[in-house]
Design a binder for this molecule. Structure first.
Ligand code: 7TS
Length: 413
């Protein structure tokens, strides 16, 4: 079954110490650690295969191209996209959303047209739209959240208008852990013929994603948050939309023919992939996906849900703690299906930075601050929170260490 201690052996960094204390790494929503198999795969590619992809007739180039394109197939099947044309490699969620913001607006939006985001977005799903607002005069509207940190779906219809051209929301909040009812949102938006982009940065690492079942029009995620390397991510898009969107950047790989008179572009997905791709990172990402599949996505989710439930329960012991986002119902200790592996909190009037700094001295790595979600902080009426976030290798003992640490810090104040 799921042997977390055995799994931890795949991540040597988890055995290191900081300040002579065992490391307790609870900053996984920012980035996850990498298993040996990912590092080995990338090292092996650089050692034995390395050559630029797509353009070479020679053996190594073909081998590197095969690895790169089989990574695309791995991603396609991981998210169940219909076709390889719909899987675009990017640098990460941020670039995926910027790509859509620039090219979707170019193709489909005019001055006064609206994009609907929500009050719980990461800046990477706010600022790209604001840049388009400055450039093209589009309007960025935002869906409110309830005090429990849920999207208020009763207000969705009133935020959609004949000018709404896209809904762009996170699948899971990186601060609140809220798992949004995205299928329902997509169904409602589609009733008005409005496509939906899902920011999957915090969902792809934690749950089975099926883009056809969700029926989302775009889905963006980052490799480094799911045990893969930094600098690689994915944009899924429905072919019928991507076909109509202009290229994002110009350069090699993305062209068909170039002349001074007229340049034509490659077919999907290469049309959106100018320049040498990070083909070693795509192989690393594919290896990370294989690693997750070998453990079982359901097993990973069950383990992380159990840790989150345990953490939320143990946090009830702490006086004056304020947990943000959907709470566990006191009558029912099962985890709310609305919360993923993220717990943001504050204790009394202890500043989040003080809490984070003192926990760090105990070896416990958490994130503090605004978590790249200023508008959400404003909505919550705080300048920041402390955030613990879990991954497939965390343990109940680490949750215990966090709770003990919070007790110790609280006593100091
Ligand atoms: N969207 C969400 C919901 C995120 O949580 C993040 C990163 C991004 C987009 C951007 O991802 P990137 O890989 O392109 O940077 N979130 C965090 C975080 O919560 N702490 O550090 C990064």
């Amino acid at each position: 079954m799921y042997d977390v201690n055995k799994i931890r052996e795949d991540f040597p960094i988890l055995s290191r110490t900081v300040y002579n204390k065992p490391l307790v790494y609870l900053d996984n929503a920012a980035t996850t650690q990498k298993p040996l198999c990912v590092l080995d795969a990338m090292r092996n590619e650089y050692l034995n295969v390395n050559a630029n992809v797509h353009r070479g007739v020679h053996y190594l180039s073909q081998q590197a191209t095969d690895l790169h394109e089989s990574a695309r197939e791995k991603v396609r099947s991981f998210i169940n996209a219909k076709s390889l044309s719909e899987v675009i490699f990017t640098r990460g969620t941020t670039e995926s959303i910027n790509l859509v913001a620039q090219t979707f607006c170019e193709a489909f939006m005019k001055e006064g047209d609206e994009v609907l985001v929500s009050d719980m977005e990461h800046h990477s799903n706010i600022v790209p739209w604001q840049l388009q607002a400055q450039k093209r005069g589009i309007v960025v509207r935002h869906l409110p959240i309830t005090d429990d940190g849920l999207l208020d779906l009763s207000t969705l219809s009133s935020h959609l208008s004949s000018r709404t051209k896209l809904v762009s929301i996170c699948h899971v909040s990186n601060v609140l852990g809220t798992v949004n009812p995205v299928k329902e949102i997509i169904r409602l938006a589609h009733e008005h013929d409005i496509p939906v982009l899902l920011d999957g940065a915090q969902s792809a690492p934690h749950m089975k994603i099926d883009v056809q079942d969700l029926d989302c029009d775009f889905y963006a995620f980052s490799g480094h948050k799911m045990y893969g390397p930094t600098g690689i991510g994915v944009l899924y898009g429905k072919e019928k939309l991507l076909e109509k969107m202009p290229p994002y950047q110009g350069g090699g790989e993305m062209i068909d023919k170039v002349s001074w008179e007229k340049t034509t572009f490659e077919q999907l997905p290469l049309k959106f992939e100018a320049g040498t791709p990070d083909y070693v990172a795509t192989h690393g990402l594919a290896t990370a996906i294989d690693y997750m599949l070998s453990l079982g996505l359901d097993n990973i989710e069950a383990h992380e849900q159990e840790l989150t439930r345990y953490c939320m329960e143990r946090m009830q012991e702490i006086e004056n703690i304020r947990i943000f986002g959907p709470h566990l119902s006191p009558l029912n200790s099962h985890l709310s299906s609305h919360r993923d592996a993220v717990v943001s909190f504050l204790v009394g009037d202890i500043h989040h930075l003080d809490m984070g700094t003192l926990l760090d001295r105990l070896g416990i790595a958490v994130r503090t601050g605004h978590h790249c979600a200023h508008p959400l902080m404003t909505r919550l009426g705080v300048t920041g929170t402390v955030r613990a976030s879990f991954a497939l290798y965390n343990t109940k003992e680490e949750v215990d260490a966090l709770i003990d640490g919070i007790h110790r810090v609280s006593k100091m104040f």
